[in-house]
Write a protein that binds this ligand. Structure first.
Ligand SMILES: [Zn+2]
Length: 444
């Protein structure tokens, strides 16, 4: 292999070609596929050894590639990194969002972190390995959808198709956490955060109805008053219970030796569960959300006229269900409360999420080994449940080991640029990031 400097200059060139393509999500249910097909043609040009070698299948603009492995009897593995991007306002950026500028030791552009880094990294690694004559020990799939940031239809369609064809995936790898210094504000160390499960997000509509009438003759308990009482009740009486899950316990054990305070408590999460349930929400809302399902009220609507009592008023709640209290259980708790106020609930529960990968399982072990080999400075590889859902959750009902990690070191500031302004990645992490994918693929 070429030396590090040479590799970096090739990688910047290849990665930049991906970044210069505007693959923005247009709208939630966009039918526009043209820019994504163009991007996929580019992939074949940037990665000429691996992409044309794979069997390709199109799912309405989302891409499935199959890299045939040796007949070893191992079940296939799948890598997924979406190609769509969150819209940008170039006026707010200090570097052109699709310019792929190199400046201050960083590469700038929309998608450098979310998540063309993953797509570039895995295809670059596979391309090099193929050119060196490597054949994987099992079939490996690469998926890149065009609607992860919106409808999620691509992941739903591909996961279902594989399932219906009887293809049982052994493990999947997706975006998810990054490698961060002190990820949740409690531990002085560098940790690779691997999502081993995702909360299931639901949009819940709460509806209160009435016969309506003129606002000059109001009666008590109008639809808005009932909704207000329900919201206030839920704010004061959290309907969801906290659990120090096996995953959270392991996360705390990893952080324990590096914690400034509560280190002893963290080393024995089972023993100190009651303390931790109190302490973690006080540390930050991020830490608190690790423990339970959450509900945030985000939208509302009522009468069209200021002098008319609404016949129907509604609020939308963004519900995120933790594995220990899933969609059915959460909705049952909410229904109990709503019944008291004469409020109806509408919610479509998608077939997503479900499995939490075992951090003692094979996939986690292989990923951990690859990270530690590529990044000697990493203190530990830490499992967690993600508060946000990605394409991974579409595979979770069918696969027990769905993991999420972008194996690149980023700072807290860079974390804040995801879906925001001036997204960028350090040049220093690009070579070890590709190495991590190489080690992982070689070990599968
Ligand atoms: Zn993403």
């Amino acid at each position: 292999m070429a030396d590090k400097e040479e590799r970096l200059s090739v990688y910047i060139k290849n990665f930049s070609r991906l970044l210069r393509e505007d693959t923005t999500t247009i709208e939630p249910y966009s039918k526009e596929t043209e820019r994504f097909y163009k991007f996929q043609e580019l992939l074949a040009d940037v990665f000429p050894h691996i992409v044309p070698l794979c069997e390709a299948e199109d799912f309405d603009g989302s891409m499935l590639l199959k890299w045939k492995g040796k007949p070893s009897g191992k079940k296939p593995a799948l890598f997924m990194y979406h190609q769509d991007l969150i819209p940008v306002d170039p006026a707010q950026w200090s570097h052109a969002p699709f310019g792929a500028e190199v400046c201050d030791g960083k590469l700038w552009g929309r998608g450098t972190l979310d998540t063309k880094c993953g797509l570039f990294g895995v295809l670059q690694a596979a391309d090099e390995l193929t050119a060196e004559g490597f054949v994987p020990d099992r079939d490996i799939y690469f998926v890149s959808t065009r609607n992860e940031e919106s409808s999620g239809f691509g992941a739903d369609a591909i996961s279902r198709a594989l399932h219906e064809r009887g293809i049982e995936l052994d493990m999947t790898f997706d975006e998810g956490g990054f490698i961060l210094y002190d990820p949740i504000g409690v531990a002085d160390g560098t940790f690779a955060m691997v999502a081993v499960g995702e909360k299931v997000p639901l949009t819940v509509k709460f509806i209160a109805r009435s016969p309506g009438g003129h606002a000059a003759m109001p009666k008590k308990n109008s639809p808005l008053a009932r909704l207000a009482k329900m919201i206030a009740y839920i704010e004061d009486h959290d309907p969801f219970f906290s659990v120090i899950s096996d995953t959270t316990a392991q996360m705390l054990r990893c952080f324990g030796p590096y914690m400034r305070r509560f280190g002893v408590v963290a080393k024995h999460p089972g023993l100190f569960a009651p303390v931790l349930k109190k302490v973690l929400p006080a540390v930050s809302s991020t830490a608190g959300a690790l423990l339970k399902s959450t509900l945030a009220f985000t939208m509302s609507g009522a009468s069209d006229a200021s002098n008319a009592i609404p016949t129907e008023a509604w609020v939308i709640g963004n519900l995120r269900c933790a594995p220990h209290q899933g969609p059915e259980d959460c909705l049952a708790e909410l229904k109990k409360i709503c019944d008291r106020y004469g409020i109806e609930i509408e919610c479509r529960v998608p077939k997503r999420g479900g499995n939490v990968a075992d951090y003692k399982g094979e996939a986690f072990g292989l990923l951990k080994a690859a990270v530690m080999k590529a990044y000697p400075q990493v203190d530990d590889v830490v499992p967690y449940i993600s508060n946000t859902a990605s394409d991974s959750s579409a595979y979770s009902p069918y696969c027990r080991q769905c993991l999420g990690l972008n194996p690149f070191i980023i700072s807290k500031e860079q974390m804040g640029t995801i879906h925001g302004i001036d997204e960028n990645i350090d040049l220093d992490t690009i070579v070890p990031g590709v190495d991590c994918f190489r080690y992982l693929i070689e070990s599968l």
